[in-house]
Write a protein that binds this ligand. Structure first.
Ligand SMILES: CC(C)(COP(=O)(O)OP(=O)(O)OC[C@H]1O[C@@H](n2cnc3c(N)ncnc32)[C@H](O)[C@@H]1OP(=O)(O)O)[C@@H](O)C(=O)NCCC(=O)NCCS
Length: 271
């Protein structure tokens, strides 16, 4: 019989959840967890009275959800806790699910029917120099409808609430053709510094211009960026001090019509 019990993830679990993710070397601050929980349904596993596991599911419209922050405490692994967390979140929805796997998560996700659809290439470091940025502009309130539309189309689900959060709590830059918004990039505080994403753009040149627009204010800061489209920005980012540190498979379960069509994700967890 299992020696843990599952319960609904509530605000009161945030401190323990932060300690759990810190213990396995993840950068999330308590405020990052709080933001994720605001967009999620979550479950925690308690063992010996302590939070020993977490998992969150964020629903983006009626068809698609993301599962993330799946953690079992190192001393509680291999006893079915990870599977129980996943099964609990999967069982409560008919949505197709997208997630980013780690090496230790892959066996579990494969057993649960997830398949590789793309690859996330993580870059990070202390920004040493900002590439030249000509052509992008700070987004204006009137751009928000276009940004919501571009974000939701490129993700494959309704991301309006996430864009509203970013407009209030971060920065948004846009590319325009005449008066139309053709691409955008977000930037916000996260973990050890800042994250740039999502980036939705028509081509590689626009992607660089949007990223560079945010980088110009971040020299000396720790910056992270997770590229998902099959474009090689690694040498260009390395010149600025942002090195490739990891690659992770994006996995999906269900009948998702297409892989995500975006240059960089909002975050590893939220896609
Ligand atoms: C991923 C993680 C949550 C799994 O937690 P766990 O409690 O050890 O998982 P479980 O005990 O439920 O095992 C899950 C399944 O994977 C299988 N498994 C685990 N490692 C395996 C391996 N190396 N090869 C084959 N199967 C493996 C187990 O046998 C089990 O299968 P079963 O349910 O059919 O018996 C845990 O390893 C973890 O916290 N990793 C660090 C955080 C992370 O990377 N999270 C995932 C990314 S979001």
């Amino acid at each position: 019989m299992a020696d843990f019990e599952l319960m609904h993830f509530q605000e009161g679990h945030l401190l323990s959840a932060t300690a759990l993710s810190e213990a396995i070397g993840w950068p999330h601050r308590q405020s990052d967890w709080k933001m994720l929980l605001a967009f999620s349904t979550g479950v925690v596993a308690k063992r010996n009275g302590q939070v020993a596991g977490t998992a969150l599911r964020s629903d983006f419209g009626p068809d698609l959800a993301s599962i993330h922050m799946v953690i079992a405490s190192p001393d509680a692994r291999g006893r079915g806790l990870g599977r129980a967390l996943m099964t609990s979140l999967l069982g409560a929805t008919d949505r197709n699910i997208r997630l980013v796997s780690t090496r230790s998560g892959r066996p579990l996700y494969e057993k649960l029917g997830f398949q590789d659809v793309a690859r996330l290439v993580q870059h990070q470091g202390t920004l040493t120099a900002a590439p030249e940025a000509i052509g992008a502009q700070d987004a204006q309130p009137r751009d928000l409808d276009s940004i919501r539309r571009l974000e939701s189309q490129s993700y494959g689900g309704d991301r309006s609430a996430l864009i509203e959060w970013l407009a209030e709590n971060g920065e948004l830059a846009v590319m325009r053709s005449r008066s139309d918004v053709t691409g955008f990039a977000g930037c916000r505080r996260f973990g050890r510094g800042y994250v740039i994403g999502p980036v939705v753009a028509q081509d590689v040149q626009d992607t660089k211009t949007l990223i560079a627009h945010h980088l110009k204010g971040l020299v000396g800061q720790f910056v992270r960026l997770d590229i998902v489209r099959n474009v090689d920005l690694t040498p260009w980012l390395a010149d600025a001090g942002l090195f490739m540190t990891n690659q992770s498979p994006v996995m999906e379960r269900g009948t998702i019509p297409a892989a995500p069509d975006r240059m960089a994700v909002f975050s590893q967890g939220l896609g």
